[in-house]
Write a new protein. Sequence first.
Length: 210
Amino acid sequence: MLRGGSFLLQKDFRIHQYFLNDVVTNKHYHKYCDPKFQQSMTKANVEGINELIQNTINAYTSNILEINGQDKLLNITDTLSSKILLGVYGNVPAYDRYLKAALSLHGIKSQFGEDSLLEITEFYNLNRTKFEECQRLFSQDGTHYTPMKLVDMYFWQVGFIMDNPKDASEEIQALIKATFIKPQMPDYIRTETRPVVNKGLTESIRKHYC
């Protein structure tokens, strides 16, 4: 998030005070801090989340009006807003380019929002046993990831493999061996109507999945 064109490079940690004051301390959003809520993966966790996303964006765009003394309208991307919420609440994956490419491969909406998160929730619950197995393995080392963080790691890894086809055969085999995707997946997983920007190993992976 600290690339050359990012406004974050021109500010310090205090720019996040608006998000903390306007969103995190808002009683309406306290449910997202509840450990039991964080560890569940149901429609209830996702419904209405567009309001949280928009208020997170507004906390920055409505309060940070200049950069280096010049008026500037900030562009809060899917990647930035989702990483903020993942870091604070653990209730969404980070919608970077790898995750978005992997979502498209799976036929899941790649634009950050409630519709996409509902499809991700369905995917998680369809493969709950595998995800919970991974969660237990991490817990043995004292690391406790939320379901959405597990989702984030899975889709990011798929996207990374798609974008780095050279010398990836071992990674593909490992992914196939531990695949989350089963032949009885619903039709929305099989759809190819949403294009993948960088195909990479898309077809090689897809033929083992769908």
